[in-house]
Design a protein around this ligand. Structure first.
Ligand code: ZN
Length: 436
């Protein structure tokens, strides 16, 4: 079999609103983009339910994956000028960047929580299993798919290569921060990627940044910090996610109880039974999920139909800030009142917590070392300095984990005082007592 490491006779160019152009010169990359499993990413939004908050956020995992590939292509081009690269390693690197998210499913955040699934595991299965992607990678040699899977799993020997795809400053994050800022339309989230790439220098096991580029690195860290709280953890997006998870829970419960669905969840059955095959998994995309949700608005089960109607028509739950300590005190009474007015608290009273660590460096004796490979600056005298020791801005936010808890509930139903007015007023006053 002919090895697939050649160049295309003519460069292929994709127009991209974030990087302007995405350049493909390698036969391998072009063939990977054409596989079924990669094309499936066109039907999965990058930011899940965020489009219900920021209507521009309709971009897909396909856009993002091409973007990460392009950032990586530019990184490798720059780094190659500064050190020797094995040509095969270059293709391992580009293929890993392109395929790093190929295991994501529709609304993967909620699906992973409800079905205890792990997109990283599926990425590995897709690369190593019986798929078109695997067949293309095999054309580079028997062990090539394993190399790509190992880079993505961060177990590959060449740690520099791993860090370019996953570390605290990598091609994945650079693309999604810029892309998500662009499509949501927010004004924060910008940083000078071109400058970052120019000041990057390869070291043994990670890339470091020339000291003169410190402000570009600071902008990147701050952009990440802003995007998490302003976009990724937006309370309205989380409300939609809460409803989505509850729909999946309800459907699972009804199926277990032999409820006579008008539209049976054929596509979810294997997930509900924990026997998901690669073939089942690859069939799921957002169009399938939304088809069921729309059809289920007509189901006789009042909880399932109400939740689906809410999701499809953006009639989301409202929220109050909550303090988990305080909440324990009012919880029993609140639950009882919900039951009395005919709202199942398992579905209509939900606490959601988010937390983020904007930047951190590894301290001896701590776990999760991999996530904390610090960012290093290369000083004019050749010394390496950890970023937060040089930058006051980064020092101010490093190691500071922020968590927030919100309590979600259907305010519209509680404000309808045609039934149980007293109970509903009491519920609202208990909920409001949580705030402030
Ligand atoms: Zn990604």
């Amino acid at each position: 079999m002919k090895r697939l490491d050649g160049k295309l006779t003519e460069e292929k160019v994709f127009k991209d609103p974030v990087h302007r152009y995405i350049h493909v010169n390698d036969e391998l990359i072009w063939e990977l983009i054409g596989t079924k499993e990669f094309q499936r990413l066109r039907r999965i939004r990058q930011l899940g339910t965020t489009f219900l908050t920021f209507h521009g956020a309709e971009h897909t995992r396909f856009n993002h994956s091409l973007g990460v590939y392009e950032v990586m292509r530019r990184m490798v081009e720059n780094l190659q000028k500064k050190s020797e690269w094995d040509p095969d390693e270059r293709l391992v690197c580009l293929a890993s960047a392109l395929l790093h998210d190929v295991g994501h499913g529709p609304f993967s955040h909620s699906f992973e929580k409800v079905f205890h699934m792990d997109h990283e595991k599926w990425t590995r299965h897709i690369i190593l299993g019986d798929t078109e992607i695997n067949a293309v990678l095999q054309k580079m040699g028997k062990d090539f798919p394993t190399k790509v899977a190992n880079v993505i799993a961060k177990t590959y020997d060449n740690k520099l290569l791993v860090s370019l795809i996953s570390s605290q400053i990598d091609a994945d994050r650079m693309d999604y921060l810029l892309r998500d800022a662009f499509y949501t339309g927010v004004s924060y989230g910008q940083f000078d990627m071109e400058r970052l790439l120019r000041v990057m220098r390869p070291m043994e096991d990670q890339a470091v940044f020339k000291h003169s580029g410190m402000h570009a690195v600071e902008d990147y860290i701050m952009s990440r910090y802003q995007m998490y709280w302003q976009v990724y953890f937006h309370p309205v997006t989380r409300s939609a996610e809460v409803i989505l998870s509850k729909i999946l829970h309800r459907a699972k419960e009804l199926l277990a109880d032999d409820y006579p669905f008008k539209i049976t969840p054929t596509h979810f059955k294997s997930m509900f039974n924990d026997h998901v095959t690669l073939k089942d998994y690859l069939k799921l995309d957002e169009s399938i999920i939304l088809y069921y949700f729309q059809a289920w608005e007509e189901e006789d089960d009042p909880i399932l139909s109400d939740l689906c109607l809410r999701f499809m028509n953006r009639r989301l739950f409202k929220y109050v800030e909550c303090d988990p300590g305080k909440q324990m005190v009012i919880w029993p009474e609140l639950k009882q009142l919900f039951e009395k007015i005919g709202l199942n608290p398992d579905y209509y009273l939900v606490i959601d917590s988010s937390s983020d660590l904007p930047y951190d460096f590894y301290r001896p004796g701590e776990k999760d070392k991999d996530e904390r490979v610090p960012i290093h600056l290369l000083m004019p005298n050749g010394e390496l300095k950890e970023l937060s020791r040089q930058s006051d801005v980064v020092e101010a936010i490093s190691g500071k984990k922020r968590t927030d808890h919100k309590l979600y509930f259907p305010k519209d139903l509680l404000e309808d005082e045609s039934t149980f007015p007293e109970e509903k007023r009491r519920i609202m006053s208990l909920l409001m007592s949580q705030e402030g």
